[in-house]
Write a protein that binds this ligand. Structure first.
Ligand code: ZN
Length: 189
């Protein structure tokens, strides 16, 4: 079952979806340009014809499929290839960077739970979330800047990064702002 949800709040489910009947190559092409891919799930942006009722001009319609729906109708070899493609995280058609480990810390990027192809960067310590920052679509990866902030400030890094991220002026250039945080500290020292 596929979930169809819209930025206006409309939600419904469907048994049909755009991958049905397509060959593996065409499905993989849709995965590569998908709105979001994460942990075996695929989110596709759909046109207004999928909208429950009449869409507004501002409506963003998303279709959420699991790996079973996405691979329906493929033979076992093709289904396996499709499933493995659904475990490489993407947002807005871009591949997201691999998780980085620093001791017990895990720094990772995942598609944000929004209708705007944003990316959420999460820092966890043994499953406890220390930082969650959401970057605008198309922004360069924040992971390197976050790792550098950690290496420079240790446990203090996350409060500093969160403060920078809250500032509206930083939106769209968060990686530079986080890297700049590091430089200023070096100069002051
Ligand atoms: Zn809508």
């Amino acid at each position: 079952m596929v979930t169809i949800s819209c930025s206006c709040g409309a939600v419904t489910t469907s048994r049909r979806h755009p991958l049905l009947g397509l060959a593996l190559a065409d499905r993989l092409a849709l995965v590569e340009t998908a709105f979001a891919v994460e942990g075996g799930f695929l989110t596709l942006e759909a046109d207004g014809s999928w909208h429950p009722g009449e869409p507004d001009e501002s409506c963003v319609v998303l279709l959420d499929l699991d790996a079973i729906d996405a691979a329906a109708g493929l033979d076992e070899d093709d289904a396996r290839r499709l499933r493995s493609a659904l475990h490489l995280a993407r947002s807005g058609g871009r591949m997201l960077p691999d998780e980085v480990a620093r001791g017990r810390l895990r720094l990772r990027a995942r598609p944000a739970d929004t209708f705007r192809a944003q990316v959420t960067y999460v820092v966890e310590d043994a499953g406890r979330t220390l930082l969650e920052v959401t970057a605008e679509p198309g922004e360069p990866s924040l992971l390197d800047a976050l790792v550098a902030a950690h290496d420079r400030f240790g446990a203090d890094a996350w409060a500093r990064v969160a403060a920078v991220a809250r500032r509206a002026s930083s939106r769209g250039r968060l990686a530079a702002a986080i890297a700049g945080l590091d430089e200023r500290a070096v100069t002051a020292a």
